[in-house]
Design a protein around this ligand. Structure first.
Ligand code: NDP
Length: 272
């Protein structure tokens, strides 16, 4: 029987993970099966235990269970511990190893796919929720000149900056106070889901800046449109989605899939 993998979430019907991992498996000749698992909102731990009892080998975890997955794991990677959230479970001899591949997915999409080196750059991170928390350490590992975090609820940005202060040059600021030059502006808020743009000065966006939105869709997000209007280069989060999946796949199977054709197939589907 094929090795079994799932993605836990609620809701989960929209998830593209089964398609991504099935493409990775076919491409690399891995004998595995990957499907969605709708866990009850109050039954994530039970769902994971059931899955393990059925012989499950690994899982992705999405909204709203990433914090619970962090609490449930028997062991944690350094990046999962730093993020306080887990998106990848690896089951070995009945033990649950928790990891977080969101941050490395973002970094690989920017550095490898977009060819945008982060070392020595000034980075602005908008948002301080789960996604932002997961990318801070992987971004700092690239040794940027500075990482500034701004969030609608300013106290959460400050807390995040303080948590990672020993790992690099990281500080918090308020949306309205943001000024100076940033090479890369990452929108890790969910504002785009409602068609909103975080209230930052348009002067931050100009030619030479990369504006990256973690949200993706058929059309450029409101943030991407705003950034492009002011001359910035833009990129959405589809590449991050594919790259975080590739990192999970590598953890489970010890094989690094080629993300280029998978990204192209997903992009074509989104725009069909
Ligand atoms: P959370 O709910 O944990 O955090 C939401 C964040 O967005 C908070 O910082 C919140 O600020 C901020 N926010 C929400 N609405 C607005 C608004 N109108 N204006 C300004 N700020 C706003 O979500 P996540 O961090 O888990 O996810 C954030 C986004 O990233 C989601 O849209 C998600 O789809 C995307 N994502 C994409 C991934 C990918 O692979 N491409 C992976 C993971 C996430 P406050 O603290 O003030 O509430």
């Amino acid at each position: 029987m094929s090795d079994r993998y799932v993605v836990f979430g609620n809701p989960i019907a929209h998830s593209k993970s089964p398609e991504i991992h099935t493409r990775f498996a076919v491409q690399s000749g891995q004998d595995m099966h990957y499907e969605r698992w709708l866990a009850p909102l109050d039954g994530f731990a039970t769902a994971v235990r059931d899955f393990i009892q059925q012989g499950g080998k690994g899982a992705n975890v999405t909204v709203p269970f990433k914090l619970e997955a962090h609490a449930l794991a028997d062991t944690l990677s350094e990046r999962a511990r730093a993020a306080g959230a887990v998106n990848t479970l690896h089951i070995v001899d009945g033990e649950i190893h928790g990891d977080n591949t969101d941050g490395i997915g973002l970094v690989n999409d920017i550095v490898v796919n977009a060819g945008w080196a982060l070392t020595g750059k000034r980075i602005l991170l908008l948002g301080a929720g789960g996604a932002a928390r997961g990318v801070v350490l992987p971004l700092l590992t690239q040794r940027p000149a500075a990482l500034v975090i701004a969030n609608r609820t300013a106290a959460r940005a400050l807390e995040l900056a303080q948590q990672f202060g020993a790992q690099g040059v990281v500080q918090a600021d308020e949306f309205a106070q943001l000024q100076g030059h940033f090479d890369l502006i990452i929108n890790a808020t969910s504002a785009s889901l409602a068609g909103d743009v975080p209230p930052i000065a348009p002067t931050l966006l100009h030619a030479g800046v990369l504006a990256y939105d973690m949200v993706y869709g058929k059309e450029p997000t409101a943030f991407m449109q705003f950034a492009a209007q002011h001359g910035a280069a833009v990129r959405d989060g589809l590449g991050m989605l594919v790259e975080q999946a590739a990192e999970s796949f590598c953890i489970w199977r010890g094989v690094r899939p080629d993300t280029t054709p998978v990204f192209a197939a997903l992009r074509a589907q989104l725009q069909a």
